[in-house]
Design a protein. Structure first.
Length: 396
């Protein structure tokens, strides 16, 4: 095994910072290893990871079953276009659709969440022959040009205008606004069951059920973006199960590959058949390596039923956060182990202190929200440490 000195690690950190494109604000620590819900930096410091790769590491870092599946597949076949079938692609399709409602029985595999949403938007236009999309304020669907068009945050959108039009944004959880927006020109409504980047805001049952009814009445499609909420995060396999509805297109990514880049747009058969041959494509989507990782990840999730762990630990964690006696806290909200702590002031300084003083990694979701997306394998004792760390930084 290759060994590196601390000076080697520091040189690589500097290389990343100086040679990177510069679009990210980089931390000063270099993460070199992860296992379960913990990661280690180059100096050997251990951190409780509540970033979880932005929701990728649901099964824990370097999940051994995913690692073994990737090793086996890498020794056999790594690249093959979708025009040439491979056993792992068929196995992935069969494994994924087996845990979904029978209506969602056609899969378009991609490499990331934004690609899954790009595909969904194109399939929606192909199926309906319409152009307009309806999305929610504070919603986030990705940063490529199509997905960015249905992402609300102006700071992401405005530098790249004009985008795909027409798109109408409505207040999240506003049923009347949704009724007014969806018309005979609407191709699809795209919504997150829980808004992640928008501040960890769960949908109301009334809103998502109305979205299902209204789109059916108007001949539009309902796209549910479960890129962050899928694979057990919210206390169900998929968040739409909380609401008793089934979308026309479901977009997945992040945790779907157990740490390997993998996304998918899963849809009804009649939607899939609307896309002309060659109307969409992807070189790496559906590659055997990602397919093997996806099969292993789904099987691990199913055997361990990690969504039940999220359903148990999430409410407990939120109650512990709510019990912190700090006037700086405005609200604690979430679903399962997708948790947001909204402050009455900027969150960034507190996130930085959690990292530097308590070795807890957390995310920002909007200017005032601390977002927690720990691996679903996290121990309760680690979450207790997180609560105490939050209590400490808010007390000063």
């Amino acid at each position: 095994m290759e060994t590196r000195t601390l000076e080697d690690w520091r040189a690589l950190l500097e290389a990343e910072k100086t040679l990177d494109s510069g679009v990210y604000n980089k931390h000063d620590l270099l993460i070199v290893r992860g296992q379960g819900a913990r990661v280690w930096d180059a100096e050997g410091n251990e951190y409780i990871d509540c970033v979880g790769g932005y929701g990728v590491a649901n099964l824990g870092h370097s999940n051994p079953e995913v690692v073994e599946a990737v090793k086996r597949q890498a020794e056999t076949l790594m690249a093959m276009p979708q025009t040439l079938p491979t056993p792992m692609r068929g196995e992935f399709y069969r494994t994924l659709t087996a845990i979904l409602p029978p209506e969602l029985n056609r899969v378009f595999p991609v490499n990331s969440g934004t690609e899954a949403n790009e595909a969904a938007l194109k399939f929606a236009r192909a199926h309906t022959g319409r152009k307009k999309f309806v999305a929610a304020m504070r919603g986030f669907s990705g940063r490529t040009m199509g997905s960015l068009s249905v992402t609300w945050e102006p700071k992401y959108r405005e530098p790249f205008l004009p985008l795909v039009e027409p798109v109408e944004f409505i207040p999240y959880n506003d049923v009347e606004a949704l009724k007014r927006a969806v018309d005979e020109e609407t191709a699809a409504v795209i919504l997150e069951p829980v808004q992640g980047e928008g501040g960890v805001r769960p949908a109301t049952p009334e809103f998502l059920r109305a979205a299902r009814e209204i789109t059916q009445e108007k001949g539009a499609l309902l796209i549910l973006d479960e890129i962050q909420t899928g694979m057990g995060r919210t206390g169900k396999r998929f968040a739409f199960e909380h609401f008793g509805i089934v979308p026309d297109i479901l977009t997945l990514a992040k945790a779907l590959g157990g740490g390997v880049p993998l996304g998918a747009a899963v849809m009804r058969e009649e939607v899939a058949r609307s896309m002309p041959k060659g109307g969409h494509g992807t070189t790496f989507g559906g590659n055997p390596l990602a397919m093997a990782a996806g099969v292993a990840a789904i099987r691990y999730l199913e055997r361990t039923r990690l969504w039940e762990r999220a359903a148990e630990l999430g409410p407990w964690f939120m109650e512990k956060l709510k019990a912190i006696p700090s006037p700086k806290i405005r609200e604690v909200r979430g679903m399962g182990l997708m948790v947001g702590l909204e402050l009455k002031e900027k969150a960034a300084p507190y996130i930085a202190r959690l990292e530097k003083e308590h070795r807890v990694l957390a995310l920002q979701a909007g200017p005032t929200v601390i977002r927690f997306l720990p691996p679903l394998v996290i121990e309760k004792e680690d979450l207790e440490r997180v609560v105490e760390a939050v209590r400490a930084v808010l007390a000063e």
